[in-house]
Design a protein around this ligand. Structure first.
Ligand SMILES: Cc1cc2nc3c(=O)[nH]c(=O)nc-3n(C[C@H](O)[C@H](O)[C@H](O)COP(=O)(O)OP(=O)(O)OC[C@H]3O[C@@H](n4cnc5c(N)ncnc54)[C@H](O)[C@@H]3O)c2cc1C
Length: 496
């Protein structure tokens, strides 16, 4: 097994894409489950902290160590099986999402979870319940997890399969391969009715798999996963529409969202049913304008939509979308349609570039990520969006706003240019999170809590619930070695 100790070799493991930094002495690169078991047994006996590293694209500092050792799973990167008949794949955790998606495409299959950043590891996406453009239609990562192999903090193995361990009400009992039984008390909470990656999944009669998906490296190391696949759509229309007035763009999204829901209720495939509904505000467009001649000079907002079509309904659906564009005063003349796979990737690239430019900006100004990740129920989304933009304008703070608006999910990215501004921005950021919670939303829809948002999770659920969530960790990891600092502040691990 490769073990890295020199500062030069380990510095890449001390950061993630949030620009948050940490420290550790040693990075282990196990190449199989047995090596992971050995490292964990030793760390557990020494009560030594262990941080699990995926590919470091996370935006909440979750894989950034604060002492102890790092286990990077990067060597466990094989696709073990793709089964086109039963539509599933079995993968090791360090398979890169982009490569996985293109491999299953060869079998005419689709793995729908698709965060904008596709260089992440599957293990990272499982641990954060990642989601992306296609989540509006297909849901987040959790929906696609059928089986998980996990090594717990003491080196014991846990094999989960949907339906194997189901909670009785709020009591969940799981059994490891050594026959050890854990009885877990699931906190009784109302999960937000939005997509969500904030804290442990807690629901009456829940499946144990759902506890581990989104647990951000705090409960065990995922060593293998069986993932559900779906048939690849025959064809996808992909288009960016520019708008002269932001309100028209927002109304367009709201109309398209409602029509999509109706189509799903009607089980029709001849009317609008968006696959993706993504929004970019004027500041986002200005941020990338010099790289994209397609952006008209008067554009105040843009919406990127996608829809699955087939040769029978393509024309009719295209027509329905254009009627909706016309109704909402979209700029038909400058509409950017992807005519082939390459152009579809270019459109996807534009959306990705906005996120990348934000990351560049932060690293140039040497400040941590200050971007919201809240989703709220659809009916409160407009109120939430205008609250956020108003906060920015009132405080004269530079920002760019974009996001997965089909899911009523906003990334309000603040652009501080030094530490002092960052501190000012944090106050606005808090107001925004409080508003999201007040409106029935979540403090993290997809990036997870990590080490940067523990305060906001506390605000969302309160001390009692957070203590109960921490209680689950304390039972599964009594020596408190795994992912310490993620999800809840360490003080919740120390109290009874
Ligand atoms: C430009 C950009 C755009 C992004 N867009 C999106 C988006 O649209 N949607 C979205 O959801 N996210 C997005 N992200 C965030 C990020 O890509 C996801 O959170 C991703 O899932 C992280 O994967 P990773 O492999 O990089 O994990 P890391 O950042 O390395 O780790 C994330 C967490 O997973 C844990 N972990 C990793 N592997 C394992 C394992 N095998 N077992 C247990 N725990 C493990 C780590 O300990 C850590 O807690 C974006 C990031 C960037 C930089």
């Amino acid at each position: 097994m490769i073990i890295k100790t020199s500062p030069d070799e380990i510095q890449n493991y001390l950061v993630d894409a949030s620009n948050f930094t940490g420290y550790c002495d040693t990075v282990y690169l196990p190449s199989n489950e047995n090596e992971i078991i050995e490292i964990l047994k030793e760390s557990n006996s020494k009560k030594q902290k262990v941080t699990i590293a995926g590919n470091g694209t996370g935006l909440s500092g979750a894989r950034v160590p604060q002492g102890g050792i790092v286990i990077s799973i990067e060597k466990m990167n094989k696709i073990l099986e793709i089964n086109p008949e039963s539509k599933y794949a079995i993968v090791e955790p360090a398979v890169i999402l982009r490569e996985f998606q293109s491999k299953v495409r060869e079998y005419n299959l689709l793995y729908p979870p698709d965060p904008t950043e596709k260089n992440c590891f599957i293990g990272g996406t499982l641990s954060t319940n990642a989601s992306g453009e296609k989540t509006f239609k297909y849901g987040s990562t959790r929906v696609y997890v059928e089986k998980l192999d996990i090594v717990l903090a003491d080196g014991d193995q846990l094999k989960l399969e949907r339906g194997k361990f189901i909670a009785e009400g709020y009591e969940l009992t799981i059994r490891t391969e050594n026959g050890k039984e854990y009885k877990l008390q699931i906190p009784i909470i109302n999960m937000p009715l939005t997509k969500n990656a904030a804290g442990y999944y807690c629901k009456k009669d829940m499946d144990a798999i759902d506890l581990f998906v989104g647990s951000e490296g705090t409960l065990g190391i995922i060593t293998k996963a069986q993932l559900k696949l779906v048939p690849h759509p025959e064809k996808i229309i992909s288009c960016i529409i520019f708008f002269d007035d932001e309100r028209d763009a927002l109304q367009f999204i709201s109309d398209a969202r409602n029509k999509s829901y109706q189509t799903r209720i009607d089980k029709s495939n001849n009317t609008i049913d968006a696959l993706a509904l993504e929004f970019l505000d004027e500041n986002s467009l200005n941020f990338i304008k010099e790289d994209y001649k397609q952006i008209p000079s008067n554009a105040k907002a843009a919406v990127w939509f996608e829809q699955e079509v087939n040769k029978d309904n393509e024309e009719q659906l295209f027509d329905s979308w254009m009627k909706l564009v016309y109704k909402n005063k979209g700029d038909e003349e400058n509409a950017w349609f992807a005519m082939n796979e390459k152009e579809k990737e270019e459109i996807q690239g534009l959306r990705h570039n906005v996120s990348l430019k934000v990351a560049d900006y932060l690293s140039q100004n040497n400040v941590k990520k200050l971007g919201t990740d809240s989703a709220v129920p659809d009916e409160n989304f407009m109120k939430f969006y205008y609250f956020c933009t108003e906060e920015m304008k009132k405080n004269k703070f530079n920002y760019i706003a974009y996001g997965h608006f089909g899911n009523s999910h906003l990334h309000m990215n603040m652009l501080p240019n030094n530490e002092e501004e960052y501190n000012k921005g944090e106050i606005i950021y808090r107001n925004i999170y409080r508003k999201a919670v007040e409106l029935g939303g979540t403090v993290s829809a997809e990036h997870g809590i990590g080490k940067l948002k523990t305060e906001y999770l506390l605000n969302m659920f309160g001390e009692k619930v957070i203590s109960k969530m921490a209680g689950i960790k304390k039972i599964l990891d009594p020596n408190l070695i795994l992912g310490v600092g993620n999800i809840f502040n360490e003080k919740f691990l120390k109290t009874n």
